[in-house]
Ligand binder design. Structure first.
Ligand code: FAD
Length: 489
């Protein structure tokens, strides 16, 4: 329906929400709300969404709830969210024609495909006399501005971190706009339920809402809980998967339900208290996120191409049975299986365990890191294309500032070091729950009578190891070594 654009009609502006589904500290929304025109808030389901914007199934679940929460917050502020689908340029052009909007506001994105779409739209809108205003907000430091003395991007974390801290003066986070003037008539939008973002048959995400509250309110509550409870002891506790020792803010950050500036700012008072070292350690992790995005900005092919091109010659194993056992959490290594099942049940996996399962896939099973990257992309609620690619390449040894290829985690020793009493394994692999501590990470070494007493039959109630770690390790070392020799010769 076209709006009656006559003399009394006040032309609106458009705010295009993307991965910034929040009202607070949202520069684009704030600027639009200040301009004294009605505001039309939209979210576009982009057809042919670029890789970086493409949604995995678990994150689609999150998006559904996050959009519903954003719509409610906008309603509380006297406005609402309009859902539209299509090529974003066509969608905007049509909406501008329909409403006579004079400007479009958005927060910038940093993957190459998103940048290309936005640049094209900006120039086309301007040619038509429509203003296009873009803002920062997804990152604390915009990529392209933080460079070495030689004007190159950083590919090693520590100097990046130093440069980041030296030049960083975070602005105070903005409050939510007091009012967001609504148009007299809202343009028609689509129904969220028709987007089919939620799984139905089967509803494998049934358990997700026990763990998560998508949306800005959920994000702020999570930050508050973390600052009041878990951050004390973060430095040590962040490596123990059985504890709630980390913030679990990653899915909220991935959807932009709160800004990294706000988190950074909220940790400032801790530096005056006894928790300064915990807060510093936590901030360092936030800067890893920045580092990933700066890398992604400069190496847009990072999710599909080995940063170290020597790895292109690597002959990966394509054994489907092994991949399927890894995906289902049935490898016979309890810490790996607990991690993969945590992922399946909750859409999340603890960072230490992500490293262990990734190392197992790449080095014990010799399966290409990109296969794991794709599985995570579909199953994590916090999927973030830069963080995911950076970390997979890091574990494989082919990435920026990566772990050396000969560093191969022993899944038993990792389990014993970081889940000493086996609480994490018992939670996610209940069939092993009655095993004594000594064997919880190595059931295949437990005496038969002990297994019997714990109700475990290897190969029946719980799998025997799909590979012997020591042999797999030797095979991996030989394979990786021959790779470096081939390339050296
Ligand atoms: P906290 O410890 O509370 O950290 C706070 C924030 O810092 C996180 O929310 C995250 O934004 C950032 N952060 C923490 N660790 C890292 C890291 N290693 N690299 C980059 N940023 C970090 N993180 C994602 O957000 N999305 C992904 O898709 C993703 N894929 C990963 C794949 C692999 C193989 C590995 C090893 C790690 C991956 N990570 C990913 C990084 C890390 O595991 C998660 O960010 C972290 O577990 C999220 O939990 P948290 O919010 O409680 O973290």
């Amino acid at each position: 329906m076209k709006m009656p654009i006559n003399e009394s009609y006040v032309r609106p502006v458009i705010v295009w929400f993307r991965r910034d589904l929040r009202l607070k500290d949202n520069l684009a929304l704030h600027a639009a709300a200040e301009c004294r025109q009605p505001v039309i808030c939209i979210y576009v389901r982009e057809h042919g969404a670029p890789h970086a914007g493409a949604l995995g199934a678990a994150q689609a679940w999150w998006l559904h709830h996050s959009l519903a929460a954003l719509d409610q917050s906008l309603k509380d502020a006297g406005n609402r969210l309009i859902l539209l689908s299509g090529d974003p340029h066509d969608v905007l052009e049509h909406l501008i024609e329909q409403t006579g909007a004079t400007a479009v506001y958005w927060n910038r994105r940093y993957a190459a495909d998103g940048i290309a779409v936005d640049t094209r739209i900006k120039s086309r809108l301007r040619k038509k006399g429509v203003d296009a205003h873009s803002f920062a907000g997804f990152l604390m430091h915009e990529p392209g501005k933080l460079l070495t003395k030689q004007d190159r991007h950083y590919s090693v974390f520590t100097p990046f971190w130093r440069a980041f801290e030296a030049g960083f003066h975070p602005l105070d986070p903005l409050p939510a706009p007091k009012t967001i003037a609504a148009p007299d008539t809202f343009p028609a939008g689509e129904a969220l339920d028709h987007w089919n973002l939620l799984p139905k048959k089967p509803n494998w995400a049934r358990g997700f809402s026990d763990h998560w509250t998508p949306g800005e309110k959920g994000a702020l509550a999570r930050l508050d809980d973390f600052l009041h409870e878990a951050i004390a002891g973060y430095k040590q506790g962040r490596d123990q998967p059985a504890k709630s020792g980390t913030s679990r803010l990653s899915p909220h950050l991935a959807m932009g339900e709160l800004s990294p500036h706000r988190i950074w700012h909220a940790t400032a008072p801790l530096f005056d208290a006894s928790q300064g070292h915990d807060a510093a350690s936590f901030r360092r992790e936030l800067v890893w996120r920045e580092f990933s995005w700066h890398m992604m900005f400069h190496r847009p092919d990072m999710a599909s191409v080995n940063l170290d091109r020597r790895f292109d010659a690597f002959e990966w194993d394509t054994e489907k049975k092994h991949l399927s056992a890894w995906q289902r959490g049935m490898t016979g290594y309890p810490i790996v299986d607990a991690g993969m099942r945590e992922l399946w049940q909750t859409g999340f996996m603890h960072n230490r365990v992500r490293m262990i399962v990734a190392s197992f896939l790449i080095k014990d099973l010799l399966i290409d890191w990109r296969v794991g990257e794709r599985w995570f992309r579909d199953t994590l609620v916090d999927i973030d294309c830069a963080n995911n690619a950076m970390n997979w390449q890091w574990v494989a040894g082919c990435g920026a500032d990566a772990s050396p290829w000969f560093r191969i985690f022993n899944p038993v020793k990792q389990g014993e070091a970081f889940d000493a009493d086996g609480a994490y394994v018992r939670r996610h692999c209940p069939e092993l729950a009655r095993l004594p501590e000594k064997f919880i990470h190595r059931p295949f070494e437990a005496p038969l009578n002990m297994l019997e007493e714990a109700g475990v039959t290897l190969g029946k109630t719980y799998p025997a190891p799909i590979v012997a770690h020591d042999k797999a390790r030797d095979r991996a070392l030989r394979a990786f070594k021959s790779l470096s020799k081939t390339n050296a010769s």
